[in-house]
Design a protein around this ligand. Sequence first.
Ligand code: FAD
Length: 327
Amino acid sequence: MSDCLVVGGGIIGLMSARVLAMSGADVVLLEQNACGKQSSWAAGGILSPLYPWHYDDEINALSFESQAIYQQLCADLLGSTGIDPEYQKTGLLMLDEFGSPSAKAWLKKYQINFQKQPPGALFADIATVRNPRLLQALRADISNKKVQIFENIQAENLLIKGKKLLGINTSAGEFLADNIIICAGAWSSKLLDLPEPIFPIKGQMISLKAKPDAVKHIILENGKYIIPRADGQILIGSTMENVGFNSAVDEATKQNLYDFVLRHFPSLKTAKIQHHWSGFRPATKSGKVMIKRDKNYHNLFINTGHFRNGLSLAPASANRVLGLINE
Ligand SMILES: Cc1cc2nc3c(=O)[nH]c(=O)nc-3n(C[C@H](O)[C@H](O)[C@H](O)COP(=O)(O)OP(=O)(O)OC[C@H]3O[C@@H](n4cnc5c(N)ncnc54)[C@H](O)[C@@H]3O)c2cc1C
């Protein structure tokens, strides 16, 4: 029996478990495979929505709150685990949309500054993390904080007696807890009947290996982006495919992403494609995140629906869940 049972070991589950453990709760985390290997691993690591004016006030609030937390969080994780999530303020050079009426209204509303860098606009404060390392660091850190992590165990359904939610039935038997927090990403609707279904939107990415500093800023154009890592790795993404849980990657997309990076950086034609992968973003039709207490069970919470922005929103989303539990 634990105070809190978190289902899902992606960025949302790991961050939720960390915040709950730091509040003094006794936390168990269940993951059906290995922690940090799904969407959160597949992501680019940009710590901001790409075009923030496409999103509602709630997402913008979660994003700003998280942006204010990340640098110190990464320093703390490096200190406690020795694993460096590589927080870098690379800045983002946006090549389209920044002059649109909705962008102008958003920039005014949130008083955001940018530098003109023709033909684009440089948002110098936007940062990135090396998300696979961030996930490894979070897993190690919560383990140090006495969170019990159970991998290769699938949550199957709610364990209900009478009108009370007692825990979760899993592939390894019953897990009892006072509070259940579902952070199962794109799979959340397989587990629960949610107010709005969560469905997967596949994204493919590729990476190249170049010299450090070959690319200085994140480049964003027409929804596609180029992300530099400190060691010279360059990530290029991504597609938006509504194809269910089909993780296949294809040659046409690989070529398309490669052409995009070469158009901006012709000198990279000698750099070889290292990897090509995909992940499933947890999407909602309304575009809203789902951070809620369940309407039927007072001790059931859901933290999902982060779509393209789960890394950007995770720290503040975890704080919201803690707030809901303590209400
Ligand atoms: C190509 C791509 C690029 C992206 N780039 C960015 C970016 O630059 N910045 C950004 O902020 N966001 C980005 N995203 C979005 C971001 O990756 C997601 O919003 C985020 O990872 C969602 O986190 P999550 O923890 O909800 O999901 P996941 O990381 O998918 O984790 C959910 C976990 O729950 C587990 N699980 C599911 N069902 C069960 C069950 N029944 N029992 C036990 N465990 C279960 C799964 O195995 C999984 O490990 C990108 C996504 C993709 C695909």
